[in-house]
Design a protein around this ligand. Structure first.
Ligand SMILES: [Ca+2]
Length: 391
């Protein structure tokens, strides 16, 4: 049935609602297969189901099914098929003025979208970028005086299926072909880093916001895309435990490179259309299946993709490591509800999702964290996003 479902979907003839229902069915079945005790299934059936999962992993048009199938195959200790990376980025750099209707950028979900075209891709560094469709969510930080308000994400964007790994960040920090001035200043693969991320596929942590931004620019360079982040040339003072002077950075959302998600994009993606406290509902006892937090982490971060993804196919949005967002932290702007990007300046940057060291409450979709962009600790990491095109 699943195979015929795939074939029907590949025809591209179904209305959107049917497509969504089919996607939910496929991703739900894939995840459910991963929960079955493998020993209880005959080997013939097991092989046949593994073939279906591989097909879903490679050909599903939506990231939710792709990630659920990957998770199930890992539970069954089956190798994942190799996905060919997107061969080349956009052949001609997009101008920052590139409009919303642009379809030539391969990051655009509408680019070449026809029968069987996937809403996700794997880049040349092996990172899986998932399309997050536009939509609305209700923002409410659960504080007693907070007024819920609806926020709209007007454009699709891409978000990596997992946090940036220790291996990838180390590759960046050690890249001999990249200018030293554009690399992290004080990040080192020291014992304390390895202690909390014991293998290279664990998320990097102990990175400051500036390190995350530098990584995004390196990744854009590696992938032949335009750097989103530029220093303005200005400096700003900060008085924390000691006086600091920071470079002022600008993020150009019109560029086709990699960047951090805005706080609104992050929460929208974390919720994956759920209106409950977590993407999976309100019952925090279920968090052990979706996110590493104080009850299941054994006081460390864990490899991305170990636990169940959300409906968009994103792993570890709840817990594992906190994730730096692009925004300065501030009270929510309750006058602008489309694609909010936070205050123009501030003294701390937004962190989202909670970590291996936190109780469930700090890992819920609406929970806001913050710290100075120069703050470094073993529970802070990040994941990368990319605009589809244009501003
Ligand atoms: Ca996380």
């Amino acid at each position: 049935m699943l195979e015929s479902t795939l074939q029907r979907d590949a025809s591209g003839d179904e209305p959107d609602t049917l497509k969504r229902e089919l996607q939910q069915l496929r991703s739900g079945v894939a995840a459910a297969l991963g929960t079955l005790p493998v020993a209880s299934i005959s080997s013939d059936t097991r092989d046949a189901l593994a073939d279906v999962l591989r097909e879903l992993y490679t050909a599903a048009p939506d990231g939710g099914t792709h990630s659920a199938a990957a998770w199930a195959l890992r539970q069954w200790k089956r190798e994942l098929p190799v996905i060919e990376p997107t061969p080349t980025p956009h052949p001609q750099p997009l101008s920052p003025q590139a409009g919303r209707g642009e379809t030539k950028n391969p990051l655009s979900p509408s680019a070449g979208r026809g029968a069987g075209v996937r809403g996700w891709f794997v880049n040349r560094l092996g990172m899986t970028m998932l399309e997050v469709p536009p939509g609305k969510f209700t923002r409410n930080d659960d504080e007693p005086d907070a007024k819920p308000h609806e926020v709209t994400i007007t454009r699709p964007f891409y978000l990596c299926d997992r946090e940036v790994s220790l291996d990838l960040f180390t590759q960046f920090a050690n890249d001999p072909d990249y200018p030293a001035a554009e690399k992290p200043k004080d990040w080192k693969l020291e014992d304390y880093t390895k202690q909390f991320s014991p293998t290279g596929d664990c998320p990097v942590q102990s990175v400051v916001w500036f390190d995350a931004v530098l990584f995004c620019n390196w990744l854009s360079w590696k992938e032949g895309r335009q750097a989103c982040y530029q220093r303005t040339g200005e400096k700003m003072k900060f008085n924390g435990d000691r006086e600091e002077e920071w470079d002022v950075w600008n993020c150009d959302f019109g560029r086709d490179g990699y960047r951090l998600a805005t706080e609104a994009e992050w929460e929208y993606a974390c919720r994956a259309a759920a209106t409950t406290r977590f993407a999976f509902g309100d019952d925090e006892s279920l968090l052990v299946r979706f996110g590493y937090h104080v009850n299941n982490s054994k006081s460390q971060a864990w490899p991305g993709g170990n636990l169940l993804p959300n409906a968009f196919g994103l792993f570890d949005m709840h817990g594992n490591v906190w994730e730096w967002c692009n925004d300065w932290y501030g009270a929510y702007d309750t006058t602008a509800f489309d694609d909010p990007r936070g205050p123009g300046t501030g003294s701390s940057r937004v962190l989202r999702g909670g970590s291996w060291g936190n109780p469930a409450w700090h890992c819920r979709s609406a929970a806001r964290g913050r710290n100075a962009p120069s703050y470094r600790t073993n529970s802070l990491g990040f994941r990368v996003a990319a605009s589809p095109c244009g501003k």
